[in-house]
Design a protein around this ligand. Sequence first.
Ligand code: SF4
Length: 210
Amino acid sequence: MYDIDDLIQLSALQHMAFCPRQCALIHIEQTWTESGLTAEGRIMHERVHDEDRESRGNVKIEYGVPLRSLRLGLVGKADVVEFHRKADDRWQPFPVEYKRGRPKAEHCDKVQLCAQAMCLEEMLGVSIPAGAIFYGQTRHRLDVAFDEALRKETEDTAKQVQALIESGSTPKPVYMKRCERCSLNAECLPKTMQKKRSVKTYLTRVTGES
Ligand code: SF4
């Protein structure tokens, strides 16, 4: 169990699952620039959080729900938590995360949503088998099952973020295809930095310097 002072932002899991360096730049070095795309995403989240709650038949909807898990060491907010009325009249929580873009090959959005569900499970003492991610670009709602594999990936990612922040050190850039979609590409300069490192390694080798 973590202390309340040691909780990390739940969104860091999404950054970590996308790229550890991005996570460190944001959560250790506090680097953040707002591009057109991130502004669009922020406005979309703010619009969602502006609402408060509503009720539609057998579904109650809460917006901007505070979250916390002392077991995973996380604090944050869910965009939306729907509560679906079950046959026995109990209400089943169903988290829904809003994203600006489209579904990604990486698991980062699913890990973030699963972490929200695990926070809710700890807070409410219930089991949450599924949630959904709404993608603004495709206007599509992707259902996500919180199976054992995704739960393990989420727990492991939470531990990795805690260790990264504890280390206080930012990993070196490694250029990947996903760098082209990264909001911190201009600050990270993965291609340039990697080239500089290759030149330095070469010079060290030929001059025999350590
Ligand atoms: S540009 Fe690439 S290496 Fe740099 S933070 Fe983004 S994803 Fe990571």
